[in-house]
Design a protein. Structure first.
Length: 189
């Protein structure tokens, strides 16, 4: 889930930037430091959006920079186990599909797609359910549940997020539309 949060931090403004607009410099420093990073207690930083307050600057002997206490707003993505998310397929392989959740990708293993046996059509880059012939390809929207979550603060690219679609109400958006139409037909009959 995406959140708009108000946070506080101490920001180091380097000496060569002290003559510039202070709020712009602080916003720029925070964006460079935080965007794309992970803090387990906060989430995945998407964007630092606004500086709300800049406190008095502090000097540290031996460092020409000035340190400011800053209150700011940021957009973050907080993922939790069992959360239902929507994303887009960005890659398919013989062992599953990679799903973009925005700032980070998750893995949908073939064993978590369906109860059916899954074939991989390498030529067309699709994962195909053997009996129903439903398929997953790059560009498909999906709805899935998070079943494994291991965020790595030091190396965000090493984070692991596992998904499942083996429950009711989950699947590609096309599959879900087909199921809804089928239910409407059954209800009208």
């Amino acid at each position: 889930m995406y959140y708009k949060m108000t946070l506080e931090d101490k920001v180091r403004v380097p000496p060569h930037r002290l003559g510039e607009d202070l709020e712009k410099v602080i916003l720029n420093v925070l964006q460079e430091q935080l965007e794309g990073s992970i803090a387990k207690e906060i989430g995945i930083f998407i964007a630092v959006t606004n500086i709300l307050n800049v406190g008095e600057g502090e000097l540290i002997p031996g460092d020409g920079a000035v340190y400011y206490d800053v209150r700011f707003e940021a957009a973050v993505l907080r993922l939790t186990l069992q959360e239902v998310i929507e994303g887009e397929v960005v890659e398919t392989t013989s062992f599953g599909a990679f799903i973009s959740l925005g700032p980070i990708d998750a893995m949908l293993h073939v064993s978590q797609i369906s109860d059916e046996y899954i074939n991989y059509d390498e030529k067309n880059g699709r994962l195909i359910c053997q009996d129903s012939k439903r398929s997953i390809a790059v560009g498909d929207g999906i709805r899935a549940r998070i079943v494994a979550l291991s965020l790595n603060e030091r190396e965000p690219r090493e984070s692991k997020i596992g998904l499942t679609m083996r429950q009711s109400g989950l699947g590609t958006l096309t599959w879900l539309e087909e199921e809804l139409e089928e239910e409407k037909r059954k209800g009208a009959a």
